[in-house]
Design a protein around this ligand. Sequence first.
Ligand SMILES: [Fe+2]
Ligand SMILES: [Fe+2]
Length: 313
Amino acid sequence: MNELLPPEEQSRLQREKMVFPPCHEFRTKDVEDVFLLLDVDPASIEPQLIEIMQYLGSHSETMNDEKRARAIAGVIELHCNRTDSSNRLSEEGWRHVNLASTFSDVGKVGPEQGLVDINNYLITALYARRGDISPFTTLSEFIEESFPEHRVQVLQKILYIPGLSFEMTMRSFWDMHAQWTLDHLKDSGVSKEIVLTAAAHHLLEGDGANPLLDGVSIVDKATGILRGFGIERSIDQREIWVILIDKYEANRTRNKASHEESIIWLREYLEKNQTLAALPILKKLFFSCLDDIDAARPLDDFGSSKEESLAAK
Ligand SMILES: [Fe+2]
Ligand SMILES: [Fe+2]
């Protein structure tokens, strides 16, 4: 038994179960439909990945974020084809982008541990909290604020999840999902090329968001090489599109920014980024893709009222 709590508190906690009600209707069939849409036979995918995606779809915004990411990719594809952009991809290339975007955040369900259980439900709930959260807040402070009625139970569970600690910052906690994405995908039946792109979707962030495969980080930040599963190649537009679309989508919908505001934010972000500072050719490629997003104006119906009100000023 747990020695951290008095016996009466322990039995109270055992009676009181933490429940995480779904916020969307998202069924196994909906996951299978996403696979079919992307030309993947759902039967070729490990059932646990389907279970995870179903859980994230019903208990968080993750699958909706990825649906919007695919819609954005569709607009950019049309734009690149129309303008014959140097960043255009083949049909297979866009399928790669769409699949990697769809899988990029499966790690928000927490660690791969053989089965999906309360630890995963808890981590999903922590990632699903949106709003103004400082990246410097510690995980324990965040839990005390977010789950005041279950804080002791949550804190106790956190203690036993590998890699987590009370003192870690929210920045480090959020960074962990990239590794968990890789862990969930690596033996899931998803093509290894797509696994690498999905797991590398936070390569512009710190080392904590650069997953390890067999002890080696999948992105070599000194050279801009993506590696793993016997694959070794330069980062190209497929990774860049996944990254930029992820950030653009988050700005437009989560942060409710207009198209112009999102582009300004992204330009500043790329300009200041430490990883890109050491990789000038890659940096140029990022900016060139961002120019295409700017010209394509995806999700233009989102936040239009805000744009109109800004224009009216
Ligand atoms: Fe992510
Ligand atoms: Fe994301």
